[in-house]
Design a protein around this ligand. Structure first.
Ligand code: NDP
Length: 313
C-alpha cells in the first residue's frame, strides 16, 4: 500500500504526550500520522517502575506503559512511523515537515511533542569517556556495573531514582549533590538516605574524570569557594548524569517562539504556539511538572485544540 504523506494532524514525538494526542486525534477522525524519534517511547522507556500514573495501583514499567499507549493509539487508526524531523516549513498552511532529510509530510496542523533530553555538566571528560563509563541513563546501562562502584550526579527525583536502581546492582553508589539538600520528593529522599550502600556527598561538585580508556575515578570539590574547600578523588567505574533535561526544540526554532529557558512558549491557557495551527504538548513545553500524566494531559488538550482549529479554519 502506498504511504500517504498528507494529514490533517502530524504529531512529532512518541512519548506519553504524543501518543495521547494520537489517541484523541484518531478518535476525532483527523487520521493523524505520528513520528517516533530516535528514542521510541520517550524518556519513560529509560525508567523502571512508574508508580504514579493513575490507574496502575501496583505500578507499571515505563516501557510497558508506552507499549500500552502505542497500542491504544494504533487501535483507533493512528499511523505510527519511525523517523526524525530534520526540517520544517511553517511559513504557510498546510505545513511542510521533512523526515530524515527526504520524506516530506504535508500537514494541516502539527503537534510538537518531542520531549526533552538529558543534560550534561559540560566537562570535556564527559565527552572523552562517553560510553566508556559515562552515561545519562542508569536503566539502560546499569547492568554493566554489577558489583562495581558508581556515582550519580544530581539531587532531584531522577537522581534519587537512578541511585536507588543502581544500588540494587552495584556494590556502592555515590550520590554527588551540589547543594546541602536533596530537591527530590520526601519519599525518595528517605529511601536514598536509608539505603546502606548509597553515600550522599552534599555540597560537592565534579571537576573531572580520570582513567586509562575507561572511567576509573572522579575529581571532586567539596564546599567550593569557602574556607572549607577541599579537593578529593573517588574511585568509580561508572559516572551517571541525572541533572535534568533540555527541551528538544532545535529544528523548530526558526518559527516557534521559546521562553527564556528554551521551552516552547504557549498562548494563554492553551497548547497553541505562536504559529497558528502548530501546537505543543508534553515536556517540550513544560519546565514545571514534567510528569508522564501531565504530558498525557497536554497531549489530549493539543489534539482537542488542533481539532477545534481545523473546524474554525
Ligand atoms: P530536577 O530539575 O528536579 O533536578 C535536577 C537536579 O540536578 C537538582 O538537584 C539540581 O541541583 C541538579 N543539577 C542541575 N544542574 C547541575 C549541575 N550543573 N551540577 C550539579 N548538579 C546539577 O530534575 P529531575 O530530572 O530530577 O526531575 C525533573 C522532574 O521530573 C521533577 O519535577 C521531578 O519531580 C520529576 N520526576 C518524578 C519522578 C517520579 O515521581 N517517579 C521520577 C523522576 C523525575 P539544584 O537542586 O542545586 O538545582
Amino acid at each position: 500500500m502506498e504511504q500517504v504523506n498528507y494529514t490533517k494532524c502530524l504529531i512529532v514525538g512518541g512519548g506519553p504526550a504524543g501518543f495521547t494526542a494520537a489517541i484523541y486525534a484518531s478518535r476525532a477522525n483527523l487520521q493523524p500520522i505520528l513520528y517516533e524519534g530516535i528514542q521510541p517511547g520517550g524518556q519513560l522507556t529509560t525508567t523502571t517502575e512508574v508508580e504514579n500514573f493513575p490507574g496502575y495501583p501496583d505500578g507499571i514499567s515505563g516501557p510497558q506503559l508506552m507499549e500500552d499507549l502505542r497500542a491504544q493509539a494504533k487501535k483507533y487508526g493512528a499511523d505510527i512511523r519511525q523517523g526524525q524531523v530534520t526540517k520544517v516549513d511553517f511559513e504557510h498552511r498546510p505545513f511542510s515537515v521533512t523526515i530524515d532529510g527526504d520524506t516530506v509530510i504535508t500537514a494541516e496542523t502539527v503537534i510538537i511533542a518531542t520531549g526533552a533530553s538529558a543534560r550534561y555538566l559540560g566537562l570535556p571528560d564527559e565527552q572523552k569517556y562517553m560510553g566508556m563509563g559515562v552515561s545519562a541513563c542508569a536503566t539502560c546501562d546499569g547492568f554493566f556495573y554489577r558489583k562495581k562502584v558508581v556515582a550519580v550526579v544530581g539531587g532531584g527525583d531522577t537522581a534519587c531514582e537512578e541511585a536507588l536502581y543502581l544500588s540494587t546492582l552495584a556494590k556502592k553508589v555515590y550520590l554527588i549533590v551540589r547543594k546541602d539538600y536533596l530537591r527530590a520528593s520526601k519519599v525518595m529522599q528517605r529511601r536514598v538516605l536509608e539505603k546502606e550502600n548509597i553515600t550522599v556527598l552534599f555540597n560537592t561538585n565534579t571537576v573531572g574524570l580520570f582513567g586509562d580508556e575507561v572511567v576509573e575515578g572522579a575529581r571532586l570539590v567539596e564546599n567550593v569557594g569557602t574556607e572549607r574547600e577541599q579537593h578529593f578523588e573517588i574511585a568509580i567505574d561508572g559516572f551517571f548524569l541525572a541533572i535534568g533535561h533540555s527541551p528538544n526544540t532545535e529544528v523548530f526554532k526558526p518559527y516557534i517562539a521559546l521562553d527564556d529557558a528554551g521551552f516552547i512558549a504557549l498562548q494563554g491557557n492553551t497548547t497553541a504556539t505562536n504559529v497558528e495551527g502548530v501546537f505543543a504538548a508534553g515536556d517540550v513545553a513544560d519546565p514545571r511538572y514534567r510528569q508522564a500524566v501531565s504530558a498525557a494531559g497536554t497531549g489530549c488538550r493539543a489534539a482537542i485544540d488542533a481539532e477545534r482549529f481545523l473546524l474554525e479554519n
